[in-house]
Write a protein that binds this ligand. Structure first.
Ligand code: NAD
Length: 260
C-alpha cells in the first residue's frame, strides 16, 4: 500500500524505528534509515531490508541533536529519491530520575532528541510535501505523552510536547493533503526497554522480573509488551491513502494504559 512512496524514519537502526522501516519497505516504500550503531550492524540492516523486501534503502548518520545534520539527512532523502512522502520522527532517548536530580545536560538531550528534532525535520520536510501535493508525518510519542509517571520528567515533558506539535502541524496543513499524527505506545519490546529495565534494576535494587512485572507493566492492563511489528502496522496504516482523514490525533497503542 506504499508503492512508490519515500519514507524517512529517524532512529531506525534499532527497535521501533527499524520495525516501522521494515513495515514500510515491505509495503513497497523506499526508505531512509537513520540512527547510531556499529557500521557493520548498520550495513547489515540496510542490506537485510533491501534483500527481504526488494525496496531501496539508504542511510543517514545524522545526529538528531544537530540541526545542520538533520538538514543533511532530509537532503539525503530528496537527493536519493527526489521526493519525501512519509516522515516518521521516532528517535528517542529515556532518562529516569527525580526531577531535582535530572542532570541539566540530560534534560537538554532528551528535549533535543525527542522533541526539537521533530520540529527541525518537519520544518525542512514540509516544502517537499507541499510541492508534491501531500504527505504524512508520524511522531512516535508514548503513553507518557498522555499521562504522567514519577521519575520521567524530561521524557514526559518532551512527549507531551510532541503531541502539542502534532496538533498544531495538523491544523496548519489540514487543507494540503498532509496529515500529522502521534503514535503513543505503552511498553514495547526493544533495546530502549532493555536499557530501562537495567537502569531500574540499578536504581531500585529490584530483580529483573520484579522490574518487569511491578514497574514497567504495572500501568499496562494487558500485561504484555507490544511487538515492534504492531507499531509498524499502525504507522503503515497512517502512512497509507486510507488514513487521509486521520490528522492531529494521538493514538494510544498501550494495552489500555491510558484508559484508566
Ligand atoms: P531504541 O533505543 O531501540 O532506538 C532508538 C533509536 O534512536 C536508535 O536507532 C538510536 O540509534 C536512535 N538515536 C538515539 N539518539 C539519537 C540521536 N541523537 N540521533 C539519531 N538517532 C538517535 O528505542 P525504541 O524503544 O525503539 O524507541 C523508539 C521511540 O519509541 C522513542 O521515541 C521512544 O521514546 C518511543 N517509545 C518507546 C517505547 C518502548 O517501550 N520501547 C514506548 C513508548 C515510546
Amino acid at each position: 500500500i506504499l508503492d512508490g512512496k519515500v519514507a524517512l524514519v529517524t532512529g531506525s537502526t534499532s527497535g521501533i524505528g527499524l520495525g516501522i522501516a521494515r513495515s514500510f519497505a515491505s509495503a513497497g516504500a523506499s526508505v531512509v534509515l537513520n540512527g547510531f550503531g556499529k557500521p557493520e550492524e548498520i550495513s547489515d540492516a540496510v542490506d537485510g531490508l533491501q534483500r527481504e523486501t526488494g525496496s531501496r534503502v539508504v542511510y543517514s548518520a545524522a545526529d538528531m541533536t544537530r540541526p545542520d545534520e538533520i538538514a543533511s539527512m532530509v537532503d539525503v532523502a530528496l537527493e536519493s529519491f527526489s521526493r519525501l512522502d512519509v516522515l516518521v520522527n521516532n528517535a528517542g532517548i529515556f532518562h529516569v530520575g527525580p526531577v531535582d536530580q535530572v542532570p541539566v545536560d540530560k534534560w537538554d538531550a532528551v528535549l533535543a532528541i525527542n522533541l526539537s528534532s521533530a520540529f527541525h525535520t518537519i520544518r525542512l520536510a514540509l516544502s517537499a510535501m507541499r510541492r508534491q501535493g501531500g504527505g504524512r508525518i508520524i511522531n512516535v510519542a508514548s503513553a507518557l505523552a498522555l499521562v504522567g509517571l514519577p521519575l520521567t520528567s524530561a521524557y514526559a515533558a518532551a512527549k507531551h510536547g510532541i503531541v502539542g506539535l502534532t496538533k498544531v502541524v495538523a491544523l496548519e496543513t489540514a487543507e494540503e493533503n498532509i496529515t500529522c499524527n502521534a503514535i503513543c505506545p505503552g511498553n514495547v519490546w526493544t533495546p530502549l526497554a532493555e536499557a530501562h529495565i537495567a537502569e531500574q534494576v540499578q536504581t531500585q535494587g529490584l530483580s529483573r522480573e520484579e522490574v518487569i512485572r511491578n514497574i514497567l507493566l504495572a500501568e499496562q492492563p494487558n500485561k504484555r509488551f507490544a511487538m515492534v511489528e504492531e507499531i509498524g502496522a499502525l504507522a503503515t496504516f497512517l502512512a497509507s491513502d486510507a488514513a487521509a482523514s486521520i490528522t492531529g490525533a494521538a493514538l494510544p497503542i498501550d494495552g489500555g494504559w491510558t484508559a484508566h
